[in-house]
Write a protein that binds this ligand. Sequence first.
Ligand code: CTP
Length: 405
Amino acid sequence: MGEQGKEPFRVTLGVSAGISIYKSCDLVRRLLERGCEVRVVMTDHATRMVAPVTFQALSGNPVITDLFAGAGDPSIAHVELAKWEQLLVVAPATANVLAKFARGLADDFLSTHYLASTAPVLLVPAMNGNMWRHPATQENLQLLSARGHHLMQPGRGQLACGDYDDGRLPEPASIAEQALHLLQATGRMAGLKVLVTAGPTREPLDGVRFLTNRSSGKMGYAVAREAALRGARVTLVSGPVALDAPVGVERVPVTTAEEMEREVGARFPESDILVMAAAVADYRAKAVTAGKRKKGTAGAWAPELVPTSDILKALAPAKRPGQFVCGFAAETSDLKANALQKLREKRLDLIAANDVSKEGAGFDSDINSLVILAPDGSEQRVPETTKASCASALWDAILEARGEG
Ligand code: CTP
């Protein structure tokens, strides 16, 4: 059983043609042991490495190998599978499959099914080290990660080509654990109203110029997407970013800190949980010059900056029992001490601190690491991983702190 007394979890396992395909056979067994029902989809090349009958015998279900095979109407088989599944796992995911998924190509059953699927997706890449590092593969991974898919990092070790390098498929037991974790999280937050903020704010100086910061909104969007995947009703108050609203999330676009304060304030009373991931500008121009300020205007331009109001601090007195507020702390030094001070000053229930001075992580990156701190000073570290996985760990911590873990 998937969970005690409940129906089994329903997993589609996509298998593409990597040498590590033999580990996928073991993965089927491990998923079954953990109470999953598994349906296997193989690419054409994969069937040349392992016969479909092997996966059929292991899973106890017919294996789908091409668009026109199998019983029923072939044109809708992938849609039916999409309705059935609760999770799509692809292991091994080759560079070719990642490229097809990233670009939306649909020329076989697996890639067509991916487009029809609305379930959470766990991708487990495995390939030669050079293929893994190639900018084309890395760009595709970025696209897939920004889409909210969960990616497991390949391990390092002896590869089929003889090289000692990155690119190994992780062990089946850890893939099965990750799959189970995602399945257990799905739907856990049904009935909860969640308010998330994300992105920077823009504070105008004149008709064409503004003050802002380097926030891309990716972390906040990942937090909103994860809550929606877990079944919560999510509203995302977002500063100006270049991201699509996550599926199923109501987005409220704002520009300035003042607008963000108004929209958050209006929705806070009816929310169960607020996660304030936005990088709100701390200063705005006292007076905004009308139109475009001309260069010829006498002397240096020293617009007077005044503080914006602190949205979280202002909300603290309005907090009712049972409401939960989680802040973020962007720090460049003394991470823990500074974050704990913010937690106490803003009367937060939890704070997720990130070191924004780290090269390649934090602002505008697809990866991040967090230190999640509670009012009693206890901490949980989330080592460098995708923002989707950071968001998942943050929700685990929030639900645990609320006694709903
Ligand atoms: N925050 C807010 N209103 C502001 C500024 C920040 O609600 N005007 C929130 C952020 O969304 C975040 C938390 O407060 O959840 C901490 O933000 P951060 O930028 O790390 O710190 P600041 O409070 O602005 O302090 P400092 O700039 O001194 O680090």
